[in-house]
Write a protein that binds this ligand. Structure first.
Ligand code: SAH
Length: 392
């Protein structure tokens, strides 16, 4: 398929932004299906990019700005680059880690594709129709690059593909058929339920922030709010916390957190988990009960239109924590909403601090780890932000 842009609409592509909006397109030639490979030309007929075409606001997700074929060798080259980078930053082929993100969409110049590695299992997610159509080719390239390191490839796109494309999405193994597996992160072990779990089964993006939390946990009373698999709880236990309480509204998450703590610290009674709504728990808990609180909620704003309410949500949540945390307490607070900027999040937390009239200082400003790279031409890819605060 070829696409011709309207006059002047190539500007963002000259700055290597990887998306072409539907409004920029003058004409599309070739009758191929959604997800087809499109070669894109300026209005003057100059080649500018190649990518996956899709119906919707983002009409093309750019795979390359060089006029090259998107063939087996292309996928192999790109996955090799991604793997080499994970080795360079120390997360792949490491003795203490077998869990990392191998491909992070635009951050790896592969918009629409996510691949997480859990031991010998790769979990692959397509967020675009084009990546869905290329899944077999990608799986083959993955085997070529990873060799004996992986034995299973689980394809999990049921919830990430546009349902209107009518692809009959399913979650299925493209290689192997592993049942349960254990992921190792910084030497700690986690059960991963990639079949039914959220995202690819685990929140790989909090690895570095959990490590930092471990250093603050000694002798503290810890509340891990929105605990999911209990990632922060397990690190707090290793860090020498006095007690650790994990809270999540999902009872499945609470069971998973308890199982993960028990796997790493069998018979250790410092941990307790509660299936409870976050806001209700914060409202009902005693003042001064905790001096280390983690707030890692789900994305409050999935879209720009939800922004105002999302910011109010962050303010309300953080205000509840500020009002109860013990003097000298530490608060780890996060937002993973892509639509909320770092400054907007900080303003929401600032408002919460002012409402509670506490003295608050920022100790650390946190973000996603290096295996979730941000493409410098695609700043929208910076989604995870966090603050570590000292509360007097
Ligand atoms: N901190 C986790 C990831 C959190 S994901 C980690 O490090 O892996 C967000 C979690 O918030 C989900 O498990 C979801 O079940 C839970 N959740 C969503 N709404 C909630 C609410 N109102 N109260 C408590 N938990 C909630």
């Amino acid at each position: 398929m070829t696409i011709k842009l309207k006059r002047g609409k190539e500007d963002s592509l000259l700055r290597f932004h990887p998306w072409i909006y539907s409004g920029a397109i003058e004409r599309r030639e070739g009758d191929e299906d959604e997800g087809a490979i499109a070669r894109v030309f300026t209005n003057d007929g100059q080649y500018i990019a190649t990518g996956h075409w899709q119906i919707g606001t983002i009409a093309v997700r750019v795979l390359t700005f060089d006029d090259e074929p998107i063939d087996d060798a292309f996928w192999r080259r790109r996955l090799q680059l991604a793997f080499d980078m994970r080795r360079a930053i120390g997360v792949a082929d490491s003795d203490v880690n077998n869990t990392y993100r191998l491909v992070h969409g635009e951050g790896d110049n592969l918009p629409g594709l996510v691949i997480d590695i859990y031991g010998q299992t790769a979990v692959m997610q397509a967020h675009s129709v084009g990546m869905h159509r290329c899944r077999q080719q990608i799986a083959e390239a993955l085997q070529a690059v990873m060799g004996a390191r992986i034995a299973n490839i689980f394809y999990k796109s049921e919830t990430t593909l546009p349902y209107k494309a009518g692809l009959g999405q399913e979650n299925t193994f493209l290689l192997g058929d592993a049942a349960d597996d254990v992921a190792i992160e910084n030497g700690l072990r986690f059960h991963i339920d990639w079949l039914r779990g959220q995202k690819t089964g685990f929140f790989v993006d909090q690895r570095d922030n959990r490590s930092l939390l471990e250093h603050y946990a000694h002798d503290r009373d810890v509340l891990n709010m929105f605990c999911y698999t209990g990632g922060f709880s397990v690190y707090a236990m290793r860090g020498g916390a006095r007690r650790v309480h994990s809270v999540d509204s999902s009872s499945k998450a609470v069971d998973l957190a308890s199982a993960n703590v028990a796997m790493n610290f069998p018979g250790d009674h410092r941990h307790q988990a509660f299936a409870e709504d976050a806001f209700r728990f914060l409202q009902q808990m005693d003042e001064d009960a905790y001096d280390l609180i983690i707030l890692d909620p789900p994305a409050f704003a999935k879209h720009k239109d939800a922004l105002r309410n999302a910011l109010k949500g962050y303010t309300r949540l953080n205000a509840a924590a500020f009002s109860k945390i013990r003097r000298g307490g530490i608060l780890f607070t996060f937002s993973c909403s892509q639509a909320v900027s770092k400054d907007q999040f900080r303003m929401a937390v600032f408002t919460a601090a002012a409402m509670s009239r506490r003295k608050v200082s920022i100790l650390h400003q946190l973000h996603q780890p290096a295996d979730h790279p941000v493409n410098i031409y695609h700043p929208e890819g910076e989604y995870l932000k966090g603050l570590v605060l000292h509360v007097e």
